[in-house]
Design a protein around this ligand. Structure first.
Ligand SMILES: [Zn+2]
Length: 323
C-alpha cells in the first residue's frame, strides 16, 4: 500500500509519539515530544531541577520503549541505585498515559549539588534499571534488566538493546526548560531508531548457533551498510532539536532522513494521567486488618491517602473499614 505524497507538516504538536520508517534502510523508529504534559508532571512534584531533569529523561525513555504497545498494556520503568536519587519510577499505560515519581535523599542531594555532581549518572550512582512489559490480555509479562554502572539512562538503555536484544539501536534523550512570556516550562524529547531487516537472510538469522565453548565471544557480523547509514543520519540529531518548540516532529524527521525517504505514521497523543482512583484506594484499604487501619486515622478522625504519583488526596471514613 502506498501513501500519497504530501507536504511535511510544520505544525508543532506536543505530547505525541510519532512512529516512522525509512524503508530503504530497513530502519524504523519513534520520535517522542513532550511539552505541557511533562511540564505539568514535573511542576506538580516540584523536585530540585536536576532531579526533575533526570525524571523527565526517565519518562521520555519509558514512553519511547513502552509505545511499542499498541492499544493496551502497561510498561513500567524503574531504577534502584545507590546515588542520591535512589529510585525513579515511571508507568506508561498504553496508548497514552504517563505518570512518574522520584525518590531521593535531600541531604545527599544537597551535598552532591554543592560539589557540582548533579549529572544524571552522579545522581543515580550504581544499581540497576528494570523494565516490565505487561502486554495485557493473556500474554505473559516480560522483564528486562540492565546494570547502572555510572552511565546515563540513555547509555544504559542503549547497552540493553545491544547486549540483550541484539538489535542495532540508536537512542537519544533531551530535556530542557524554555523561557517564554508565560514563564519557564519543561520540555523533553526522545528518538529511538532501530535496524529491523526483513526476516530471511538477515543478520538475526546469522547469529552463532550457540555451540561455542564457554567463554567464546559470540560471533558478531559487520554492521550492515544500511544500518551504518541510518545510524549516521540519526546521530546528527541535536538536543535542542528534540525539544525545540518551533520545530515540528515531521520537519525534524524529514531533516534527518529525507535523502532516503521517510514515512511518518499517525501520531499517538500522550497525557499526564495517573491511574489511581478512589475505588483502587478503597480496595487497598480493605486489604488491611482493622488494627492497622486504626493506625492510619489522622487527627481529624479520617484516613487521608495522597497518591505519590499525582498528589491527589482522598479522604476515607475509618468506620467503613471496621474501625
Ligand atoms: Zn495518582
Amino acid at each position: 500500500m502506498s501513501a500519497p505524497e504530501r507536504l511535511v507538516s510544520a505544525e508543532v504538536v506536543d505530547d505525541i509519539v510519532l512512529p516512522f520508517s525509512v524503508e530503504a534502510l530497513s530502519t524504523r523508529g519513534r520520535l517522542v515530544r513532550l511539552g505541557p504534559s511533562i511540564d505539568a508532571l514535573l511542576k506538580r512534584h516540584a523536585y530540585p531541577e536536576p532531579v526533575s531533569k533526570l525524571l523527565a529523561e526517565a519518562a521520555t525513555l519509558a514512553v519511547l520503549l513502552g509505545s511499542t504497545l499498541k492499544e493496551e498494556g502497561r510498561f513500567q520503568f524503574q531504577t534502584r541505585s545507590d546515588g542520591p536519587v535512589s529510585m525513579l519510577l515511571v508507568d506508561f499505560d498504553a496508548p497514552s498515559n504517563v505518570r512518574a515519581l522520584a525518590r531521593f535523599d535531600r541531604a545527599r542531594f544537597e551535598a552532591a549539588s554543592a560539589a557540582g555532581a548533579v549529572s544524571g549518572s552522579d545522581l543515580l550512582g550504581r544499581g540497576h534499571l528494570a523494565f516490565t512489559i505487561d502486554p495485557g490480555g493473556d500474554m505473559s509479562r516480560y522483564q528486562g534488566v540492565v546494570a547502572l554502572e555510572g552511565q546515563s539512562l540513555e547509555d544504559a538503555a542503549h547497552s540493553y538493546f545491544e547486549r540483550s536484544e541484539q538489535i542495532e539501536t540508536l537512542l537519544r534523550l533531551a530535556v530542557g526548560e524554555i523561557v517564554t512570556a508565560a514563564g519557564r516550562s519543561w520540555r523533553a524529547g526522545g528518538l529511538i531508531v532501530q535496524y529491523l531487516p526483513p526476516a530471511g537472510p538477515g543478520r538475526r538469522a546469522d547469529f552463532h548457533p550457540g555451540d561455542a565453548p564457554e567463554g567464546t565471544e559470540a560471533h558478531r557480523l559487520e554492521d550492515d551498510e544500511a544500518w551504518t547509514e541510518a545510524n549516521a543520519l540519526a546521530a546528527t540529531t541535536e538536543d535542542h532539536e528534540l525539544i525545540d518548540p518551533t520545530l515540528s516532529g515531521e520537519r525534524l524527521l524529514y531533516r534527518l532522513f529525507n535523502e532516503r525517504g521517510v514515512r511518518v505514521f499517525e501520531p499517538t497523543p500522550l497525557a499526564d494521567q495517573c491511574r489511581c482512583s478512589a475505588e483502587g484506594v478503597d480496595a487497598m484499604l480493605r486489604s488491611f486488618p482493622p488494627e492497622e487501619i486504626a493506625h492510619m486515622v489522622g487527627d481529624d478522625g479520617m484516613i487521608g491517602v495522597t497518591c505519590e504519583f499525582c498528589s491527589t488526596k482522598r479522604v476515607f471514613n475509618p468506620a467503613d473499614y471496621g474501625v
